[in-house]
Structures are given as C-alpha cells and as structure tokens.
Design a protein around this ligand. Structure first.
Ligand code: NAD
Length: 256
C-alpha cells in the first residue's frame, strides 16, 4: 500500500457483485488507504453487499436508490452524521429497460427514455448536490461513462443518449463546484463484462472488436478502472476537472 488515499472518506455507489466496475474502484481505493462507505440500490441488498465488501475492511453499507430524491437525501444525511466530511464519490450507476438495448433506437418509448436518463444521468446531479454539502475540505466526484455517448454503437441506443447527458452534466457540475475545490470527472471505460453490460445485445461482439482494434490489443479490466479512479481521487489529479478520460486501451483514437 502506498497510501495515496489515506485520510480520505470515499462513497462508492454501484457495487452489485465482484464483476462490477465499482468493485475494481473500491478494491484499489481500499488498498490505497481510503475509508469507504458503500451505497446500494435497495435495503434487501444491504446484507449481501456487506458480505461482499467485508473482505476489503469494516465498511458501512447504506441504502440509496438514486431515482428517488428522498433516498439520496437520507443516505447522505446518514453519512454526514457518522463521518461529517467526505472527500470522494464514485457514481457507478446506470439502468435502461432491456427492450431498449436490443432493437432500433427509434422504437424507444417515452417511459424507457425518461427512465434511462433519470437513473443514469440525472442521478449524478442529485448525488452531487448532496455530496457537495459534505465535501467541506474539497473533493473528487467520479462517474462512469461510455463511448456510446459520443458515437453510435449498435444496441447501446438510449443508454448512449443518457451517457451524452451524463458527460455534459460532468462539465456543468465541474464549473458549479470548482470554486469549492471539488473536481468532477468521468472515466469512459471500454467494454467490460458486467451484469449491466449483459443487457446490451451482442455485447460479446463489441468485446471482440475492441480487442482486435485497440492499440493495446486487449480489453480494459476493472483493475484498470480502479487505477484511474485512484488517480482522480488523489491529489495527483489536482488540476483535472470536467474531463471525460478515455480508458479504453486506445480504442477511441482509431479511425479505420
Ligand atoms: P453493474 O451492473 O455491476 O453496476 C450497475 C449498478 O447500478 C448496480 O450496482 C445497480 O444496483 C446500480 N443501480 C441501477 N439502478 C439503480 C438505482 N435506481 N439506484 C441505485 N443504484 C442503481 O454494471 P457496471 O458495468 O459495473 O456499471 C457501472 C457503470 O459503468 C454504469 O454507469 C455503466 O454504464 C458504466 N460503464 C460500463 C461499461 C461496461 O462495459 N460494463 C463500460 C463503460 C461504462
């Protein structure tokens, strides 16, 4: 352990299992000395998440459904009471209806569109608003995005639109919070086989295409994401905010 994140309280949102990108972030942050506070979507998942995260340390798990303002408020109130100050938030949360991720984008229903944008993009705004109050010593907010918000990627559909809104929210939030020494950045991770990714039609084809074309000739791992997140949480990234960092083995630089 080199202690890059010693004395930092970091909220990790979005660990579902050990394949979750947020798990890679939590593992590395814990190794670097951070005190972690986990949130999970539903009260019924708290015990399972506790069992999962206990190998990283004696860390708290709190319910937070990001589609409900009161749930975000309750979660950050609890965090405030127990920890007072936080220095980081990792927002690793997204959701769209499965039927919207395997057919033409044009068929997206109003309900499906609003759901995806609500859970996957607006939630960062809501979470940042409450996190800000606890970041009295400055801080770093990180979210996870994907190239499908910049370019058309087959089947990514409404989630691409949500990621475009998320990317833009990162820039506006960075401007709002910069004066309080709070950085806001997104990691645009290459494709990784997680439960959320399984919902995207033909996901294995995407993995193969990236492996073949990316300059590093491989797919990224959750450990890669953990490394970049640690950099963003740490003081090494002191002048970096409002950025979408492509962590994709170079795939996004390629033309033909
Ligand atoms: P995952 O399924 O492990 O994580 C998604 C998380 O979102 C889960 O923990 C789930 O509980 C949570 N969630 C969904 N709705 C919620 C709600 N209403 N309230 C609170 N939590 C809620 O999948 P993942 O791939 O680790 O996804 C994490 C993030 O990474 C997402 O934003 C995803 O879009 C992004 N991302 C994933 C990939 C990939 O290829 N897997 C690539 C780039 C970006």
């Amino acid at each position: 352990m080199s202690g890059l994140l010693e004395n930092k309280n970091i909220v990790i949102m979005g660990v579902r299992n050990k394949w979750s990108i947020s798990w890679g972030i939590a593992e590395k942050a814990a190794k670097e000395g951070a005190k972690l506070i986990f949130t999970c979507e539903a009260a019924k998942s708290i015990e399972n998440t506790k069992k999962l995260v206990c190998e990283l340390g004696d860390f708290e798990v709190i319910e937070c459904d990001v589609s409900v303002d009161e749930s975000i408020e309750r979660a950050f109130d609890k965090i405030k009471q127990k920890y007072g100050v936080i220095h980081g938030v990792s927002h690793g949360i997204a959701h769209a209806f499965t039927e919207d991720l395997r057919d033409e984008f044009i068929k997206t229903s109003r309900e499906g569109f609003l759901h995806a944008l609500n859970v996957s993009a607006y939630s960062l705004v809501g979470v940042s608003r409450y996190a800000r109050e606890l970041m009295t010593e400055g801080g770093s907010i990180i979210t996870l995005t994907y190239l499908g918000g910049e370019k058309v990627i087959k089947n990514y559909n409404v989630m691409g639109v949500a990621k475009a809104a998320l990317d833009c929210s990162v820039r506006y939030l960075a401007n709002d919070l910069g004066g309080e020494h709070i950085k806001v950045n997104a990691i645009s991770a290459g494709p990784i086989k997680t439960l959320a990714a399984k919902g995207i039609g033909d996901f294995n084809t995407i993995l193969e295409a990236v492996k073949e074309k990316a300059p590093l000739r491989r797919n990224v791992t959750i450990e890669d994401v953990g490394n970049t997140a640690t950099y963003l949480f740490s003081d090494l990234s002191s002048g970096v905010t409002g950025e979408i960092i492509h962590l994709d083995c170079g795939y996004s630089i390629m033309g033909l």
